[in-house]
Design a protein around this ligand. Sequence first.
Ligand code: PCA
Length: 320
Amino acid sequence: MNTTLSLACTALLACGSAMAADWDMPTPYSDKTFHTANIIEFANDISENSGGKLNITVHSAGSLIKHAEIKNAVRSQQVPIGEFFLSRLSNEDAAFGIDSQPFVATSYDDAEKLWAAQKPVITELLAQQRLMPLFAVPWPPQGLYTKAEVQSVDDLRGLKFRAYNAALEQFAIQAGAAPTQVEASDIAQAFSTGQVEAMITSPSTGANTSAWDFVSHYAPINAWVPKNIVVVNKAAFDALDAETQQVVLAAAEAAEKRGWEMSQAETAEKTAVLDENGMTITTPSDTLLDGLKAIGQDMQQAWQAEASDAAKAIADAYQN
Ligand code: PCA
């Protein structure tokens, strides 16, 4: 060590803290959400395993940056890292939206296979924006919440329907419903003010928003298994020393594994919470499922017609 540097570093602590990085991390969903719990564990792993060289403060529920702006905030380096709902980027490239296409991947096994096909493609697309994916975790399969039992697609006609992305909006339109985009954190208010009267989401989001306060029936149609993704700005990542970079990558790998396990456990646990709170859980009829799947097929054809080569490559790899 040269003299200047050793003088500057005589107080080792001061030297260490000068090198420590503090990252703010915006996320869209509430602290009750398993994704958020998983991310807090990811952040804790990083501070511990880096010996305090990288400390991540999680700002949940859109409190620092609104969901719709998180990706661009990471891109512009307003923040170094963030989480968002992956398929919300489908307007940039259909490759980002394939996990939210109805009835393409409906189980965890399918979702895993789809993610294996999707990951290399979106890694390349995100790299063009100097973003790097760290890990992705699925929500439980998406089910239908209504104020009465739904026997067929006809029963959805005219319902004011909560949507969270373009694919769900399209699905609702084709079912004859009237969709409105509402963030997860605004669900209870949207129902209580009559803005919406039905929704498709996971048992997790249903239970976390006390869905029994505004709907009575839940049908696990398991229509798709969408993911959240955590991305980091490449410049922020590159500014870390090699050892800390390894700590981040290892924590990300552990978070992806833990997150998928948490998600699977949530499916049964949160469906039981809906039941315990008096909701009627119905097995969807064949008539209902056939009707919904027919909409899914139409949407898939439209998706294929407009998809980029990158997006089509995912579909091909997934189907083979
Ligand atoms: N919950 C989030 C996304 C998918 C899900 O299960 C939501 O409803 O907004």
